[in-house]
Design a protein around this ligand. Sequence first.
Ligand code: GAL
Length: 414
Amino acid sequence: MRRITLTALVAVTLGNPVSVLAEPQAEVLHWWTSGGEAKSVAVLQQEFAANGGTWTDMPVAGGGGDAAMTALRARVLSGNAPTAVQLKGPAIQEWYEEGALADISAVAEAEGWVDVLPASIAGHMRCEGTWCAAPVNVHRVDWIWANAGVLEANGVSMPSTWEEFNAAAEKLQAAGIIPLAHGGQAWQDATVFEAVALGILGADGFRKAFVELDENALTSDAMVAVFDQMRILRGHVDRNFSGRDWNLATAMVMNGEAAFQIMGDWAKGEFLAAGKVPGEDFLCASTPGDGFLYNVDSFAMFNVDGDDKRAGQELLAKLIVGKNFQKVFNLNKGSIPARTDVSLDEFDSCAHLSAEDMAASSEGGSLLPSYAHGMALRGAQAGAITDVVTAHFNSDMSSADAVEMLANAVANSM
Ligand code: GAL
């Protein structure tokens, strides 16, 4: 654990009936440990310290946050919750229902969050009318990343349909290049699966299947086609894919060993941290199909004792939604700001594409929460789907059997 120690005394008046003089303290649980992620969370640590806070870092490695969520439960069960926790989607409301979360409404109201956050994002941060989490960003999940030089050398362009993707992958494979860099971890399988599903099912089909858990949508012919495409992709990953971390898969694209990666735009954070330039060294495009799968990182504050910790929670919440932090953090992280009033002038072309597509899909009704990143469903339901996706990807299970298993797993998880 690292500690950043500062001794400044800060007057804290927000959110506490008694105005107290307390040194803001925060033990912060998060899973941002890759190169780009660590650079990004350092921005928050520095701002916290610059404002008189003492940060105790509790990083729990593991992309997608599964290990972090296990660590969180153990800490809460032992009666020793961290001060602030990277927490997303319906898991926020699940912890709220357990009575574990602190109310940060006073900060939200003083800072006017309701005026600067889109309603779709604000909704995830509310628990029965109170504010219970602070949003950091908007990550898009449905992206393809590519090594620009590898594509050019092989006469391949960014695919805009799955058929084009499959044709490109065969050409690359014949040329001795790994078509798809992938890490065989359940959450990465789920990430690829939901991007394929959005493309093949369309936005309405995706919503019915993975937001509403509609049985007809889960067992449709289109869902069979989604698993067919997953089987094709399985044929385009290398032999050593099992267990590989996502950022190592990104590195394979960076160094030209592989051509493509299907991953959220935290992958862009890795390219940028390595000094790579979008449009020159690497390319970004949305995965084939219409729509936008969003994944909003946020922090929730847990019930803790002590004015210093409560002061830390208020300071953190305020900084996280602050304009400067939202810009600098997201320039590093690969995402775009959650606030609508941050200029994107300093952001790259991939971020601009993300912002434009987000606005268009919001208008057109195809802005959808990511199931794979815990934005759409409760944990048990999302877990049931991912188990099937992974079981199919790692076996020779037929698409028809996978669809049947999917419908059963979802029914049993409710
Ligand atoms: C996501 C998270 C991102 C990134 C990624 C890989 O779930 O929202 O911020 O950290 O996991 O760890």
